[in-house]
Design a protein around this ligand. Structure first.
Ligand code: AMP
Length: 222
């Protein structure tokens, strides 16, 4: 068993990366480092970096590599000696290369969910805008189709969740993440976990991590 374990987690929007990451940090002693959360904290604290990053984030663009690399490496330095799981970084091959040089990781864990499954799942998501309540036709349907359970008001589909927007986001993801995956494959540390749902993917993620780390509690069902 190795002493510390450092990994990045990769996955398309809607792949269940958030769900899997939270299960990982609940089951294993790994610190979750999210590049998006770090930036949002900077924005909240109105730091110069936050104000700068916000300009890009508001437009849905990537924050420049030089800024991102500095921010993430300093967060990693604070966590030295610990196991960590980096989420949201790297987003470009340059970020991946520099991270690997400065803080060699043990694995790049890629969640592979077929795009048609992601599109189908997101299309079934409806929201009640005033409250933010989210429904899913398959597993969390409203009592009356199209209406909010609490107020009886109309549910809508977010622009972001419409099939053409989702397809566009997925295309951008494939294009930018392709070179990152390629890099990790070349380094021999790419680990892929495939499935249609998080519940399908989770057992193989758990098994993989268990071969490197001791789970926090062994009696809880996975
Ligand atoms: P996320 O919460 O990971 O979706 O990140 C929210 C936003 O923060 C992204 O849309 C980007 O603008 C920015 N961001 C987060 N991580 C990175 C990164 N590694 N490289 C560039 N921009 C990033």
């Amino acid at each position: 068993m190795i002493k510390s374990f450092r990994a990045v987690i990769l996955g398309a929007p809607g792949s269940g990366k958030g769900t899997i990451s939270s299960r990982i940090v609940r089951k294993f002693e790994m610190k979750h480092i999210s590049s998006g959360d770090i930036l949002r904290n900077h924005i909240l604290n109105k730091t110069p970096l936050g104000l700068d990053a916000k300009k890009y984030m508001d437009k849905g663009q990537l924050v420049p590599d030089e800024v991102m690399i500095g921010v993430v490496l300093s967060e990693i330095e604070k966590s030295s000696g610990n196991n960590w799981l980096l989420d949201g970084f790297p987003r470009t091959r340059k970020q991946a290369e520099i991270l690997y040089k400065k803080a060699p990781i043990d694995a790049a864990m890629n969640l592979v969910v077929p795009f048609d499954v992601i599109i189908d799942r997101i299309q079934k998501r409806w929201v009640h805008l005033p409250s933010g309540r989210v429904y899913n036709i398959d597993f969390n349907a409203p009592k009356t189709p199209g209406l909010d359970d609490v107020t009886g008001e109309k549910l809508v589909q977010r622009d972001d969740d419409k099939p053409e927007s989702v397809q566009k986001r997925l295309d951008i993801y494939s294009k930018t993440l392709g070179p990152v995956l390629e890099f990790y494959k070349e380094e021999g540390i790419l680990e892929e976990f495939s499935g249609r749902t998080s519940d399908e993917i989770w057992p193989s993620v758990f098994k993989y991590l268990q071969s490197h780390l001791t789970p926090i509690t062994q009696d809880i069902k996975v």
